[in-house]
Design a protein around this ligand. Sequence first.
Ligand SMILES: Nc1ncnc2c1ncn2[C@@H]1O[C@H](COP(=O)(O)OP(=O)(O)OP(=O)(O)O)[C@@H](O)[C@H]1O
Length: 250
Amino acid sequence: MLEIRDLRKSFGQAEVLRGVDLTVRHGEVSCVIGPSGSGKSTLLRCVNHLEKVDSGRIEIDGELVGYRESGGRLRELPDRAVARQRARIGMVFQNFNLFGHLTVLENLIEAPVGVLGLSKVEAARRARDTLRRVGLDGREGAYPRQLSGGQQQRVAIARALAMEPELLLFDEPTSALDPELVGEVLAVMHDLVRAGQTMVVVTHEIGFAREAADSVVFLDGGEIVESGPPVEVLSNPAHARTREFLQRTL
Ligand SMILES: Nc1ncnc2c1ncn2[C@@H]1O[C@H](COP(=O)(O)OP(=O)(O)OP(=O)(O)O)[C@@H](O)[C@H]1O
């Protein structure tokens, strides 16, 4: 479903991703771990086309993200085509990124109406379904500021789900939360794993990666140092850099 090949991305002189390869099959969960500044967020942002890549390929179900091939060269897709591709990808950010001036319901129907063209009635029905999935039914009329951080993050997950994404990207979804609120967000994420949602999760929650991931990717200095099932990468890492990182983290 998601295929990344030899992905490279620089900011000015700094090469932040140095030839990243990653495959996530349909229904699989890949957890990306690594030190601060290793390029984890940039990797997700490239998949979601929030950043333009320097070179390499990102494909979802065999379709290039952001580009088309023409005469052996890659050409950028028009904005409308990129928007259509991005509608298939959900993203949940560290800081929730909800619209503060909109209610929970308005946050949830905005993109389904504006991007997918659903009627407000249909989008509201979908919003209520997704709020139920994250345990927040009945909170449609609340504003984000009236909710706890854990509830806001669950609304952000519901908002992503309301687009029925093929691929869901999480960028450190629990890092901004008070410790006692982390569990409620991880519980929702575990539910999504059980439901077969394809996900790439950047996280410092090693316990979640151990339980939920099909594969764990250790990114350091813009390179994948090692990847594989959690029992290998987390319990029996092959590389000293992975071992050192895990010792510092745990
Ligand atoms: N828009 C940008 N312009 C310039 N440099 C950037 C930009 N975005 C990220 N960087 C730099 O790229 C490097 C990788 O950043 P990135 O946020 O991807 O790392 P990360 O692994 O997600 O870190 P963290 O765990 O702290 O969020 C960092 O050195 C960062 O300063």
